[in-house]
Design a protein around this ligand. Structure first.
Ligand SMILES: Cc1cc2nc3c(=O)[nH]c(=O)nc-3n(C[C@H](O)[C@H](O)[C@H](O)COP(=O)(O)OP(=O)(O)OC[C@H]3O[C@@H](n4cnc5c(N)ncnc54)[C@H](O)[C@@H]3O)c2cc1C
Length: 366
């Protein structure tokens, strides 16, 4: 039976980013990535966006740079933000990260894990550490009957071509008070439009489209090319480490609770995990990640427990574009007291209650 020091299930951004960072930080162990399809295969339409810092840090190839993010309407609240961000081809960036790395890649499906042995549809392998980067299939969590993330964005995505070949480039985002979100990328003659719903359960019938959607304005001049149903977990599900196993990316819930942006936070977490593996101290991964990120996640989650609170917050921050762009970028800055005081007292109290509750919940052993 072949032996690998670190075996990774899944070659999405989590698996590829971890392999990249392990080698970058000088890891000498043998690395195996097992992927049932191809690197970055799990990407509806293949397109994602991310911010400049990540593009530069990983020298990622990109398709297009957007200069303006139109945040559109949030139940009547208009937000416009000037923010550079980049359209990327998901499978291309996953392939880019593992290109020329000294790793073993096997196109197999993992079907069972016991102790330090993993079995695929073809072979069995021995490992020292196993990293579950299997995305929202939650392969290992399901096998171990562990807790899954509690919040998801579920979406119906459609890819249209614009018939008159008019070239348009922008990104728009709209939402309403019932947890519905519509997003639209327009680039060249493509439109990728999503009807999303924030839910606690993966049930696509919950997506209730409002009467007005932005796509109605442009749909006549488009041709539908493709559609699919997609899932994005947006809340962390602890623990991050169990015995010799660790969880990274969607299988943990690394995407930001605010917008479901998963690439940057997953790459950041992969850096922390790589260092813990190199120190042969897997447990420190959770501790270090929590020290650096947990408060930011909780600050983003607390006002979102009740959609009413979220919109009350949007109403007061709409006039502070710098604050909005920091929130979009996932920084979740502390909101200055002067601004917070504009919120009704009952909302501030409810928000503070959820903040403390989550803080307690995640600081207890899971
Ligand atoms: C429609 C959509 C749009 C998004 N847009 C953005 C965006 O614009 N910007 C952004 O930052 N984030 C975005 N996100 C979130 C981001 O894409 C995810 O958080 C991120 O891609 C998760 O990466 P991952 O590696 O954890 O999972 P995945 O990319 O899903 O990789 C998991 C891999 O594991 C493999 N696998 C699973 N089970 C097994 C098994 N048993 N054996 C072998 N292999 C297995 C799968 O085939 C898959 O390739 C979006 C998400 C969705 C759904």
């Amino acid at each position: 039976m072949e032996y690998y020091d670190t075996t990774i299930i899944g070659a999405g951004i989590a698996g590829c980013g971890l392999a990249y960072n392990l080698r970058k930080f000088g890891y000498k162990g043998k690395i195996l990535i097992i992927e049932k399809y191809t690197p970055g295969a799990n990407a509806a339409y293949g397109y994602r966006n991310t911010f400049k810092k990540t593009i530069e840090e990983y020298n990622l190839p990109y398709i297009k740079k957007f200069k303006k993010l139109k945040m559109g309407e949030f139940s009547g609240i208009k937000l416009d933000v000037n923010l550079d961000f980049y359209l990327i081809d998901y499978s291309r960036i996953c392939n880019h990260l593992i290109k020329n790395l000294e790793i073993t890649f096997k196109r197999e499906e993992v079907i069972f894990v016991k102790d330090r042995t993993l079995t695929t549809n073809k072979e069995s392998y021995k490992f020292h550490y196993l990293i579950d980067a299997s995305g929202f299939s939650f392969f290992l969590k399901k096998q171990l009957r562990m807790k899954l993330p509690e919040k998801y964005y579920i979406g119906n995505l459609k890819h249209y071509k614009i018939k008159d070949k008019k070239k348009l480039n922008y990104f728009e985002y709209h939402s309403n008070k019932k947890g519905y979100v519509e997003d639209l990328y327009l680039f060249d003659d493509n439109i990728i439009q999503g009807d999303w719903q924030i839910t606690n359960d993966i049930n696509f019938s919950e997506i209730k489209q409002p009467k007005y959607r932005k796509i109605n304005e442009i749909q006549e001049s488009t041709e539908l090319i493709n559609r699919s149903q997609v899932i994005a977990p947006v809340s962390p599900a602890f623990p991050m480490v169990k015995n010799d196993y660790a969880f990274l990316g969607d299988s943990f819930g690394h995407a930001t609770p605010s917008l479901g942006e998963g690439i940057r936070p997953t790459l950041n977490a992969s850096r922390i995990l790589a260092k813990s593996i190199i120190r042969n101290d897997l447990k420190s991964y959770e501790k270090l990640w929590k020290n650096k990120n947990l408060d930011t996640y909780i600050r983003a989650m607390a006002p979102r427990i009740r959609l009413k609170n979220r919109f009350a917050l949007l109403e007061i921050i709409k006039d502070y574009p710098k604050l909005i762009s920091k929130i979009i970028k996932g920084d979740n800055p502390k909101i200055p007291t002067g601004i917070l005081k504009k919120l009704p007292l009952r909302i501030r109290l409810n928000w503070a209650y959820h903040y403390l509750r989550l803080k307690l919940k995640y600081s207890l052993p899971q």
